[in-house]
Unconditional design. Structure first.
Length: 432
RNA sequence: UCCUCGGUAGCUCAAUCGGCAGAGCGGGUGGCUGUUAACCACUAGGUUCGGGGUUCGAAUCCCUGCCGGGGAGCCA
């Protein structure tokens, strides 16, 4: 039966006797006054032991405590400006649950490799806790927004027989006597559920076997992918924009203490309001040409530095539409006005965080889709069910994918995406 | 996969021209009645990533392998 309280609620218990269950984050000793810095997952609290008697029984327990030892502490909550956070616990009793062995992560600096090897322990530090709390808030905001807009969550399979965008980036596994692949996107399945339910989204892990080694890439990452029957490209853009505005707003509303722990400058986040600037690929190309900093030839996909150059021109996420169809996926609908261009959009985050959203209107004509599958040298056989969607009540439809970890990294202003997920899967990094 | 930088105590890093391998943190012991990554004193702690080579002498120079950081491409 729960008889303890959590540090995040401490202000409600001033002058009351409470029990806190947590871990030793740090301790300090000044003779007859001793301090334990407690953490319990919801916050950090300074707890204090005081006695005139040098043989006071709690001093003995204090001396045995090591960093990360688990303990149950009883005491009275005091308002005290000398304590970080403004509240302090006057300890009346301590029950140690376990005395921790010498803890590898000390209070001083560590290198990335060491921290990654100890990711399971690194997660306990204040900043990592703050990031994970923000990540959870972002997931909730995304789901609340999509649910609020009437979109139905439909879960796609993780094990699939076919690839969304080619076969070079797939993890292969065996499926009894057949080959199977880990999903790199839930989109194709979302298109099927969209034709059943009208407005749907998927939210789950996806896998790319690309040997990417950058601060923006993970091998395993989470995507939220709406798919909307009868929606055109503009509808998808509007939805993505409203979603991002909502997510930033909710994070600022509910996770300010965590953003402060991360020392996130929130001025740029306060500027994330509708509408976002919208440019075409051609306009983006002109910006790059004028900047003189890009060598990318016309007609090729924009590189990471190109995206940064463009995002620097704006304070908000920027929507880039109408890329050349030749560099985009087979399922993207060509523009009626200019069939060389695809009805697609990418949303580039400010502050150099790269592509947050990628989406498009989908090809809904059977013959055209069939031709696209053939020219992309994909197997019509594995896409038979997908082609069926164009045979039975096909409609124009649109959708996009939002990268969760990039969104977390951007909102938290992380230097590397690896901190945006509890256990990142990266090139050469499968453990822990 | 390519470019680039690195690997020295549990951790973060020093070590001048190739000449005794050292500091802070963490650990241990002791001290201190308000600390804020507390402080002060003492103390233990080393296959200098592995293998080969040059040299009177290698952490240092050369070759090679392994591991890691940063960047590129690809993408969300």
């Amino acid at each position: 039966m729960k008889n303890w309280i959590y540090i995040e609620d401490i202000s409600q218990y001033v002058e009351q006797e409470v029990i806190i269950k947590g871990w030793v984050y740090n301790k300090r000793d000044s003779g007859r006054v001793k301090f334990i810095i407690l953490r319990d997952g919801t916050g950090i609290l300074q707890a204090m032991i005081w006695s005139k008697d040098p043989d006071f029984h709690l001093f003995k327990i204090f001396n045995e405590l090591t960093q990360e030892s688990s303990l149950v502490v009883k005491g009275k909550v005091k308002k005290d400006d000398r304590a970080p956070g403004g509240f302090e616990l006057e300890i009346s009793d301590i029950n140690t649950v376990q005395i921790a062995e010498e803890y590898p992560i000390s209070k001083k600096d560590h290198g990335v490799a060491f921290l990654m090897e100890n990711r399971h322990l690194w997660l306990r530090s204040t900043k990592q806790v703050a990031i994970l709390r923000i990540r959870a808030a972002i997931i909730k905001a995304i789901r609340d927004f999509m649910d609020g807009q009437g979109f139905i969550l439909t879960d796609p399979p993780i094990l699939t027989a076919n690839a969304a965008e080619g076969t070079t980036t797939l993890f292969e596994t065996s499926y009894f006597d057949e080959k199977a692949y880990l999903s790199q996107s839930g989109q194709l399945y979302a298109e099927a559920t969209a034709l059943a339910l009208g407005k749907v989204y998927t939210f789950g892990p996806t896998f790319r076997a690309e040997k990417s080694k950058t601060r923006r890439h993970l091998i395993e990452f989470w995507m939220m992918e709406p798919e909307w029957a009868y929606a055109e490209l503009d509808d998808a853009i509007q939805l993505a924009q409203d979603l991002l505005v909502y997510v930033v707003e909710k994070t600022l509303e509910t996770r300010m203490p965590e953003l402060e722990i991360l020392e996130r400058d929130i001025k740029p986040l306060n500027k994330i309001k509708s509408p976002f600037p919208r440019i075409t690929y051609d306009e983006a190309f002109n910006i790059l040409k004028k900047s003189g900093k890009s060598q990318t030839p016309y007609g090729e996909d924009l590189g990471a530095t190109d995206e940064t150059i463009i995002s620097e021109q704006f304070e908000k996420p920027v929507v880039i539409t109408h890329y050349p169809a030749s560099i985009k996926s087979f399922y993207m609908q060509p523009d009626k006005e200019d069939p060389e261009k695809a009805l697609c959009m990418d949303i580039i985050a400010p502050e150099g965080y790269g592509e947050l959203v990628g989406g498009s209107q989908r090809v809904h004509d059977y013959e055209l889709l069939m031709r696209r599958i053939e020219t992309h040298k994909l197997s019509p056989e594995v896409f038979k069910w997908y082609l069926d969607l164009r045979r039975f009540g096909s409609v124009p439809h649109s959708g996009f994918g939002l990268g969760l970890e990039r969104t977390v990294a951007w909102i938290c202003h992380l230097t590397h995406i690896r901190e945006s997920i509890p256990f990142p899967r990266m090139l050469y990094n499968l453990y822990p």
